[in-house]
Design a protein around this ligand. Structure first.
Ligand code: TXA
Ligand code: MG
Length: 321
């Protein structure tokens, strides 16, 4: 089976047929602004079970539910805090997932038996169009984790999804190609089920941005009160061993800001000029290192606040074993 066989370029009618096949239980991987997701009808238990099979992910890990518009929040969630509505208004569509008290529509097979559900409206035209087409035919939301095997690096291109998952897909499944994801790291996860919101996973919607545009102060989650697979220590790992720093040796890979010199004989995988570019290329640079068969990749993390916090979080996880 060739890896490319699942990839569709997106002509207008591709999305309605993708939505249709998802309604019939197929899996559809699709681009978002953060990373590619592996989507299934969030109301279809069998289809959602296939996500777990294809990812090789433990059954009790909850999935993020992608919705088409703010109107769909109350289908899946209830008793919504005012601050959660303010966050959604400020940052949706966008790289932010809100954990809310679930309604009876969000079943255990989505929430991993928890009383909260994760919701997000992605900021990607193809994802939004797919969600809209799905809604037209009676769909209420698309469950989609990142489209990688469990524990591996999230894919930021259709080709990376195919390389990760093609061997586990069925003929009716497909991968929609929307080019490279612009943000490159997974959404910020904010727990909105308590009196005060807290960040469970840092992302491109930063605590500083939230405070500036809404006045809401996000707490740091002391320890994950809820199970979030991205909060397992080892996650987002390539095959190569990841070491933090820039002292790469002969034959190693190196990811570091532009301006950091490449030692002789070192395979420079990326030289981003700022944090936005760093987040965007981090996962593809790790994949490139694996494709080149490198044994070790050194990563020199960016400093400071903002998006650098999310980048350091993913680098730390990739390096822990
Ligand atoms: O940017 C993203 O969030 C991407 C794109 C595809 O939207 N999705 C993504 O999904 O990163 P995933 O499943 O790889 O990571 C989502 C994280 C997981 O750690 C999951 O456990 C957590 O969100 N999560 C989702 N729903 C949850 C819930 N009800 N309670 C606790 N954690 C939840
Ligand atoms: Mg993931």
């Amino acid at each position: 089976m060739s890896q490319g066989q699942f990839i569709s370029n997106c002509a207008a009618d591709t999305l309605s047929s993708a939505a249709e096949s998802m309604k019939n239980g197929a899996l559809v991987a699709f681009p978002t602004e953060t990373v590619y997701g592996l989507g299934a009808d969030a109301s279809n238990e069998k289809a959602v079970a296939r996500i777990y099979e294809v990812k090789g992910r433990p059954q009790d890990h909850p999935l993020i539910l992608h919705i088409a518009s703010m109107n769909d929040i109350t289908y899946w969630a209830e008793d919504i805090n005012d601050y959660a509505i303010a966050l959604a208004r400020a940052f949706w569509p966008g790289p932010m997932t809100l954990l809310l008290k679930r309604s009876d529509k969000a079943k255990d097979f989505i929430t991993g038996n928890q009383e909260i559900v994760g919701l997000r409206i992605p900021a990607h035209s193809l994802a939004l169009n797919l969600l809209a087409e799905f809604k037209k035919i009676g769909g209420n939301g698309i469950a989609a984790p990142s489209a990688n095997r469990y524990g591996a690096v999230s894919p930021t291109t259709a080709q990376a999804v195919s390389a990760e998952l093609a061997e586990y897909l069925q003929p009716e499944d497909q991968i929609l190609d929307g080019g490279s994801s612009l943000v490159g790291v997974e959404s910020t996860i904010i727990d909105c089920s308590k009196e005060n919101p807290s960040i469970l996973r840092p992302g491109a919607v930063t605590a500083e941005m939230v405070e500036q545009s809404t006045g809401i102060i996000l707490l740091e989650a002391q320890e994950p009160i809820v199970r979030a697979s991205g909060s397992n220590k080892q996650h987002y790992s390539p095959k190569a061993r990841v070491l933090i720093g820039k002292d790469a040796q002969l034959g190693d890979g190196l990811i570091a800001m532009d301006g950091v010199l490449t030692p002789d004989g070192v395979n420079r995988l990326a030289s981003p000029k700022n944090n936005e570019e760093y987040a965007r290329i981090l996962y593809s640079a790790l994949r490139q290192g694996d494709d080149a068969g490198l044994g070790r990749i050194y990563i020199d993390p960016p400093e400071g606040l903002g998006l650098a916090v999310a980048i350091r979080d993913r680098i730390t996880r990739a390096s822990s074993s």
